[in-house]
Design a protein around this ligand. Structure first.
Ligand SMILES: [Zn+2]
Length: 198
């Protein structure tokens, strides 16, 4: 059964108090992860916390066990953890993300997270993050007239030269070149279309 959090429980979570382990579990709405009170993961936002008496109840309610504290003895399979990490990156790529921030958000040590992710995906979490950003930048460059600076800010790369360097690393051209070339390709296509009709 789930219930609202008491002051005593909240205190136990903040203090990572081991004495409360197995007395209750806390689940966090935003991450869909549940933990033991003693878990060393970052203290969640109070308003997002739901309390469960039993680990089974949290599972039933759709929460996944924390990779770090293994609540109720439940292990999160690596595959699911990688999925959790991907989701976290997709939802937060617009912000300043580091391996440490990702690891905190996904309940694991940076080292462990990096290794597991790389084994499964063939790229590091940071590479995955940058690819997501560049993918989004390409879309904005093609579909909007927003400045390159603005697009960089929107994808979490507010430093324009850093953005340009990274963009070039993945696409072999600068954001400006990409936009120009792609647009002229569209123009050429339209030109052919009109010639055909003539
Ligand atoms: Zn935990």
């Amino acid at each position: 059964m789930s219930r609202n959090i008491t002051d005593e429980q909240w205190k136990a979570i903040i203090e990572n108090n081991k004495e409360y382990d197995d007395q209750f579990f806390y689940a966090v709405k935003t991450t869909k992860v549940f933990c033991r009170p003693s878990c060393k993961s970052r203290v969640p936002n109070y308003n997002n916390v739901t309390i469960f008496d039993r680990a089974e109840d949290a599972l039933q309610a759709g929460y996944r066990p924390c990779k770090r504290c293994k609540p109720g003895g439940y292990h999160l399979p690596d595959e699911e953890w990688v999925w959790q990490i991907e989701t976290f990156i997709k939802e937060n790529y617009t912000t300043h993300l580091t391996l440490r921030v990702i690891a905190e958000g996904c309940h694991g040590s940076p080292f462990h997270l990096h290794r597991v992710f790389k084994n499964r995906k063939g790229m590091t979490p940071i590479e995955y993050l940058q690819r997501k950003r560049i993918e989004k930048a390409m879309k904005y460059l093609l579909e909007t007239n927003w400045s390159i600076r603005r697009i960089g800010e929107l994808i979490g790369l507010p430093n324009p030269s850093h953005f340009a360097t990274l963009f070039k690393k993945y696409t072999k051209q600068t954001p400006r070149e990409f936009r120009k070339r792609k647009r002229s390709e569209v123009l050429i296509d339209e030109h052919l279309l009109w010639n055909d009709k003539a």
